[in-house]
Ligand binder design. Structure first.
Ligand code: FE
Ligand code: FE
Length: 209
């Protein structure tokens, strides 16, 4: 499926407001892909399709999981707000000819994250949280951070959305917590590998003879 086809598809499946959100997420995802050296076309397609199942009724989402039980992997037992990402990835794979596993993964985990997120997974997750129309408290620092440090940004974003779900009294998907634990571990490991980064920076700035 081309980006043009994806755009037409989601335009027909989404209300005006969500379609505009989708276009904004696409812009942010492409900007982040360019910043971090990911494939902008993959980012564009993943972003265009990420909410393509968001307006399906509950019955239809459950039917998609029942019809694709192996790919769905117990999705129905997870909190309902995350169903649309999994359903979108299933539709992309089974109906719309999207075969790229990186794109399917980014769509599938765009609401929860997952342990071992790829660059594209992180980019879509962040683009969805920081698209231009988002205006929750804390979005501005996240917009800044995602262009400075992708790993720190994904930690902050996962922390923030888990807190948001907790505050609203809803159950946190274990996959979200696992994603955050993993992202924190990765960041700590990176910190150890580049022990005393300030020293490294200073060293690089020394005049070369
Ligand atoms: Fe979504
Ligand atoms: Fe979205």
């Amino acid at each position: 499926m081309t980006c043009k086809q994806a755009k037409a598809l989601v335009k027909s499946r989404l209300g005006e407001k969500r379609y505009r959100h989708t276009i904004n997420v696409k812009k942010m995802a492409v900007a982040l892909a360019e910043r971090w050296g990911a494939d902008p076309e993959k980012a564009e397609l993943a972003a265009l399709l990420h909410d393509s199942a968001k307006e399906l009724p509950r019955d239809e989402l459950l039917q998609i999981f029942a019809d694709n039980a192996i790919i769905a992997d117990n999705a129905a037992r997870r909190p309902a707000p995350i169903w649309h990402g999994i359903a979108a990835a299933i539709l992309c794979q089974t109906q719309w000819g999207v075969t790229d596993p990186e794109i399917l993964s980014a769509i599938r985990c765009h609401t929860t994250g997952k342990p071992g997120m790829s660059k594209l997974d992180k980019i879509l997750y962040l683009a969805d949280m920081t698209s231009v129309e988002r205006d929750y408290p804390g979005v501005e620092p996240l917009r800044k951070l995602e262009f400075e440090d992708l790993d720190k940004a994904i930690c902050a974003a996962l922390e923030q959305s888990i807190q948001f779900v907790k505050d609203s009294g809803k159950p946190v998907d274990p996959e979200s917590q696992a994603a955050l634990d993993d992202a924190r571990r990765q960041l700590a490991q990176r910190g150890r590998q580049t022990a005393n980064p300030n020293l490294c920076e200073n060293h690089q700035e020394e005049p070369v003879e």
